[in-house]
Design a protein around this ligand. Structure first.
Ligand SMILES: Cc1ncc(COP(=O)(O)O)c(C=O)c1O
Length: 397
């Protein structure tokens, strides 16, 4: 049958995103491409105990339709927990439980952005979010990154010159893909600029708990007294991504609208997943679990940096300082065509990394960086992955 597809299908850059997941399962390929947590990081035993208890004690709630905004005990518990742990949220805010943080991007854009409106985001940035903004027909405009976060001068200029800016998307902690953390000064500036221009900030913080060096910095949401900021959180990187539980903390009217859109989307986030999260957070030692994760990933991060120093640094490749998160962001010397390198790496050397252009607003923009994941592969695979990257690199000299 001849079909006419929607204009949306031409706007999405799904190939790069799909490749990230695809290579994780191709036999023989070492996937340094996915953003997956380590399988050792999953609290499998605890979740099995909880699942058994849920089916003994609350099976009907787990299996029945649930409220769109979230499983009530989790929705009641999280605001106090978020306030105490991260200082975010206030009287004027409400919470919507979502199917991963990915859904927050879609709900926020659906509530606030019409076709032709402008969404500003860090460039490069998380491709899943960029696609969620593109899906609304928005004009997505990238703002360059600096070593301490988004270039606030360029941001100010964009706020002054771009038409109908509705949303500013940022990942302040261990940004995906660059690993960069926004300075405190810039966090305040971003808030002030957005407030002054009447633009909603969408602050995405899936990696904030995974800090291995330095001091935690306050979320932009902690400055928010006027309902400017939507704070997106996720249990994907700290419990398990397969559960698909995230949340949006936003001003009440906006949270209510996000719930209305969610109702049309998926009715509610899987109740069983929310129940697993609720009981895990309230009945087990979540802080101890986070401590374990930080230890596990700090070691892997240090190992990946050592492999980088041995195999790639001698060829002039540089590594951005990563104080947390799951990735290293590596930059090739200008003489090496980055996309060709990443293609040759997977095609000829069976090691998958993600070319920087996957994350840029303009897929043709000149960028020399590529992303390497260190959380999911074993130590052996990580080392072998760097050996193969070196072999690939040598063919370019
Ligand atoms: C910056 C960022 N935001 C959001 C997400 C989506 O996460 P979730 O699994 O909660 O949907 C990811 C996933 O990798 C991410 O890196």
């Amino acid at each position: 049958m001849e079909r006419t597809f929607s204009r949306l299908m031409n706007k999405l850059e799904t190939k790069g995103a799909a490749d990230i997941l695809k290579y994780a399962s191709v036999p023989g390929v070492i996937p340094l491409s996915a953003g997956s947590p380590s399988q050792e990081a999953f609290p499998t035993k605890e979740l099995a105990e909880i699942a058994a208890a849920v089916f003994r004690e609350e099976a009907v709630t787990a299996l029945q339709y649930n409220p769109t905004e979230g499983y009530p005990p989790l929705r009641a518990f999280l605001p106090g927990w978020l306030k105490e742990k991260y200082g975010v949220g206030g009287q004027g805010d409400a919470l919507v439980l979502t199917s991963g943080a990915q859904q927050v991007m879609h709900l926020a854009a659906a509530c606030l952005v019409d076709e032709g409106d402008t969404v500003l985001c860090e460039d490069p940035s998380f491709v899943g979010s960029i696609n969620a903004f593109r899906a609304t027909g928005a004009n997505v405009v990238g703002i360059p990154m600096e070593d301490d976060g988004i270039d606030t001068d360029a941001l100010e200029q964009a706020l002054e010159t771009q038409p109908r800016v509705r949303l500013l998307y940022t990942i302040p902690n261990f940004q995906n893909p660059t690993g960069i953390t926004m300075s405190l000064e810039k966090r305040r500036k971003v808030y002030e600029l957005a407030r002054r221009h009447g633009v909603t900030v969408l602050e995405d913080n899936p990696y904030g708990d995974l800090r291995y060096e330095g001091e935690d910095l306050p979320a932009i949401k902690t400055f928010d007294t006027e309902g400017v900021v939507i704070y997106a959180g996720s249990f994907s990187k700290v419990i398990a991504p397969g559960l698909r539980v995230g949340y949006a903390l936003a001003d009440k009217a906006l949270a209510e609208m996000m719930g209305q859109i969610k109702l049309c989307d998926d009715v509610h986030t899987a109740a069983l997943s929310q129940m697993l999260c609720y009981r895990y957070l309230t009945q087990y030692d979540f802080e101890a679990h986070l401590g374990e994760l930080r230890r596990l990933y700090a070691q892997r991060c240090a190992f990946a940096k050592k492999c980088f120093a041995k195999h790639l640094a001698p060829y002039g490749v540089t590594c951005a300082p990563a104080q947390g998160g799951l990735f290293l962001w590596l930059t090739l010397p200008h003489s090496i065509p980055m996309k060709d390198f990443c293609t040759a790496a997977v095609r000829d050397h069976q090691v998958a990394v993600v070319p920087g252009t996957t994350f840029t607003v303009d897929p043709d923009s000149p960028i020399q960086g590529f992303r390497v994941n260190f959380s999911a592969p074993s130590y052996e695979a990580l080392e072998e992955g760097f050996v193969r990257l070196e072999a690939c690199l040598r063919t370019f000299f």
